[in-house]
Ligand binder design. Structure first.
Ligand SMILES: [Zn+2]
Length: 237
């Protein structure tokens, strides 16, 4: 909370005596607004967010990733299924890298994950790397950020080669892309990262929708110009 207050103080500079009454009022209502937002954020965030700054490295270099949240089951093609990680598209054999310093706590074939490695980074932060063609590390190994731990593949429940990457905070999955972004912020601007980390609060993370999913895209982003518009009169001739 102290960090939040420090940030608010930084955002709202002290009022100079020469300023007019309307300016002072505007500043006051802005401070009240910020105060309300912070209170709301704090009330959502009954779980402390672990320090993510240990995560420094993308698990697959130079590739697009996406996919955290509710989406249509990509294997069965019907029904909703929660996707607990981000998918990094890459060719089979592409090196998979440790996202941060840590110790390998799991490394074998496991159900839908296929060949999967878990790295414990300490402080409640664990990363998972799934569907690998080959595991190139073992349980107990200490790894540094960027250490090669395996190769991209399509073992387990997949529709094609990619790395399924998860970030788990005290056991619960969060959006890895948000987590990596907050990790970077935590190294550069810790006060801002504290505010941003509310995005990882359990309620928001549980209800996240994968925006890559066609159905979600239609619902959330699709064709706003038609929403609520009266039905077009059809010409019948
Ligand atoms: Zn996945």
């Amino acid at each position: 909370m102290l960090r939040v207050l420090a940030l608010v103080a930084f955002l709202v500079p002290a009022t100079a005596s020469a300023e007019s009454a309307p300016t002072v009022q505007a500043q006051l209502s802005f401070r009240d607004f910020i105060h309300g937002v912070v209170d709301k954020l704090e009330s959502w965030n009954d779980t402390a967010i672990p320090d993510l700054s240990v995560l420094t490295t993308e698990p697959v270099e130079r590739t697009e990733s996406s996919g955290y949240g509710w989406r249509e089951d990509p294997v069965r093609r019907r029904g909703q299924r929660f996707h607990a990680g981000a998918d990094f598209r890459a060719d089979p054999g592409t090196p998979v890298l440790a996202a941060g310093n840590g110790v390998v706590v799991f490394a074998k074939r496991w159900a839908g994950y296929g060949n999967v490695v878990f790295i414990d980074h300490g402080g409640g932060v664990i990363t998972r790397y799934a569907h690998m063609r080959k595991i190139e590390t073992k349980v107990g190994a200490a790894v540094t950020a960027g250490t090669r731990i395996g190769q991209v593949g399509s073992t387990g429940r997949t529709t094609g080669p990619h790395l399924h990457f998860e970030v788990r905070l005290d056991g619960r999955p969060v959006d890895p892309n948000t987590a990596l972004a907050i990790a970077e912020l935590a190294r550069e601007k810790p006060e801002l990262a504290h505010i941003a980390s509310f995005a990882l609060s359990p309620d928001l993370q549980r209800s996240a929708k994968d925006l890559q999913d066609r159905k979600n895209r239609r619902e959330l982003l699709g064709r706003p110009e038609r929403r609520g518009a009266p039905k077009r009169q059809r010409a019948l001739w």
